[in-house]
Design a protein around this ligand. Structure first.
Ligand code: UD1
Ligand code: CA
Length: 456
């Protein structure tokens, strides 16, 4: 049967105590709903409908780039009511997979297994065994283990409350049957809502087969209702990503202290120390080592390069065998060729450093093109901004920039040039010569150091 995915995301999420709609709360830097949409996409469905309501415009604006069909549920009258809103857009021959915008960790493989179990006359349900099932709908089975109904926690009597098998809410239902059952839903229950879960008892009554699938891992179907559960889900996500990396051969010092929040591709024998955050699209070559406390975003780091602790790197390219940090900041457009060293308290923006060049201490290099084998002394600054425009600094191969140099851009330092320490260089310096700008040193022979006033 052709597959249609329906994501319920209209709930308010009161327990979040937040102005941000629940499904936009971030998990690993992406909205909860985005995780569910991405997982849905992997199933290649004919359509994805998202039922939204609370924080409506904000939800749609934030996820405007997603090719999904937005379905407004103006009033939140329950999960069954939410599904009803989308039914006019779904044909009877479809298999409808219902997902929740606040259950972000569910995996493609599990959903595929669930979909496989459903069919034109079969409904499949994803359930979960829980230590503490409070809040969950309970899966009521008969003595032969067949599912008979789902009873919501708030409607459950003592016998049902003792059941530890909970409803994840995720189910696959043929659209024709679903449409018929939805029309029969009432709201005569503890919450006065149209419960989607009531269709299970209707299926049983009509002798339509109900096939349960018990989730292998409870963490996969964790729902997020408050900030505590958000942190739990974040922790589970963190471990999942770390686990994948370790199985791919990466040495992860502490899987509970590594955050991968995007797409990461790794070579062999990569080493990640504690408290590393990798965001966006990150590529790490063979034997790359990342020290503790580094944040790396949308960056490519080539083989054998090393980041010492506490570097913040964004949209940079780091060549083979480079050494960066501790405490270095590479901003967008920083491009280091092979064997470059960028040391502590050095900031590099939109600048290239050629092979073997070094800027080891306390420098700002912005809008600069630096050749090979250049030594940038401590405290060197490219004065790239005149208050209105940014200007370029060019430094030729083999140049030596003395410490404390101000390079007032636009300016060009020739190949093999030497700049004396403490110079303010506002005019081009020729190749191969010493250029310096420095006031004359003065010694005042008669000068006396002041003494402290006696106490009055
Ligand atoms: C629901 C299930 C319960 C299950 C639990 C799992 C029903 C009646 N109950 O309960 O059996 O154990 O999920 O987490 O289905 N939503 C809408 N519109 C609405 C109401 C809800 O879009 O009118 C969305 C919410 O945004 C959320 C999802 O549906 O993503 C579930 O809603 P929620 O109110 O959290 O359901 P529960 O009471 O937790
Ligand atoms: Ca509810």
């Amino acid at each position: 049967m052709p597959l249609t995915i329906l994501i319920l995301a209209a709930g308010q999420g009161k327990r979040m105590q937040s102005d941000l709609p629940k499904v936009l709360q971030p998990l690993a830097g992406r909205p909860l709903l985005k995780h569910v949409i991405d997982t849905s996409r992997a199933l290649a469905p004919a359509a994805i409908h998202v039922v939204y309501g609370h924080g409506g415009e904000r939800v749609r604006d934030t996820l405007a780039g997603e090719h999904v069909d937005w379905v407004l549920q103006a009033e939140q009258l329950g999960t069954g009511h939410a599904v009803m809103q989308a039914m006019p857009r779904i044909a009877d021959d479809q298999l409808v997979l219902v997902l929740y915008g606040d259950v972000p960790l569910v995996q493609t493989g599990t959903l595929e297994a669930l979909v496989e179990r459903a069919g034109p006359q079969t409904l499949s349900l994803l359930t979960v065994m829980l230590e503490d099932p409070s809040g969950y709908g309970r899966i009521v089975r008969d003595t032969q283990g067949r599912v008979r109904a789902i009873v919501e926690h708030k409607d459950a009597g003592p016998t049902d409350l003792a059941i530890r098998e909970g409803n994840t809410g995720i189910m696959a239902v043929p659209a024709g049957l679903l449409r018929r059952w939805l029309a029969r839903l009432g709201k005569d229950n503890a919450q006065g809502e149209y419960y989607l879960t009531d269709i299970v008892a209707m299926a049983v009554e009509e002798q339509v087969e109900v096939v349960p699938l018990v989730a292998a891992l409870a963490t996969e179907v964790l729902g997020v209702n408050d900030k505590l559960q958000l942190a739990e889900v974040e922790a589970a996500y963190r471990l999942r990503r770390a686990r994948e990396l370790m199985l791919a051969g990466v040495t992860v010092c502490d899987p509970a202290r590594l955050d991968v929040r995007g797409e990461l591709s790794v070579g062999r024998d990569v080493f990640l120390d504690v408290n590393v955050v990798l965001e966006g699209h990150v590529v790490l070559g063979d034997r790359v080592r990342i020290g503790s406390g580094c944040v790396v975003r949308n960056t490519r780091i080539e083989a054998d390069a090393e980041l010492h602790p506490y570097c913040v790197i964004e949209r940079a390219e780091i060549g083979p065998n480079c050494v960066v940090g501790p405490y270095a900041r590479l901003r967008p457009g920083a491009k280091l060729a092979r064997d470059v060293h960028v040391g502590n308290f050095v900031e590099v923006k939109k600048s290239e450093l050629g092979e073997g060049s070094k800027a080891n201490h306390l420098s700002y290099l912005g809008d600069a093109v630096i050749g090979q084998g250049v030594n940038v002394g401590a405290g060197t600054i490219t004065c790239n901004y005149d208050g209105a425009n940014k200007w370029q600094t060019t430094i030729g191969d083999g140049a030596f920039i003395g410490s404390g140099t101000m390079l007032v851009a636009p300016v060009r330092i020739g190949a093999g040039a030497t700049i004396g320490a403490g110079s303010t260089i506002a005019k081009d310096a020729p190749d191969g010569q010493l250029t310096l700008e420095r006031s004359k040193q003065l010694t005042v022979a008669s000068w006396k150091r002041p003494t402290k006033n006696p106490k009055r």
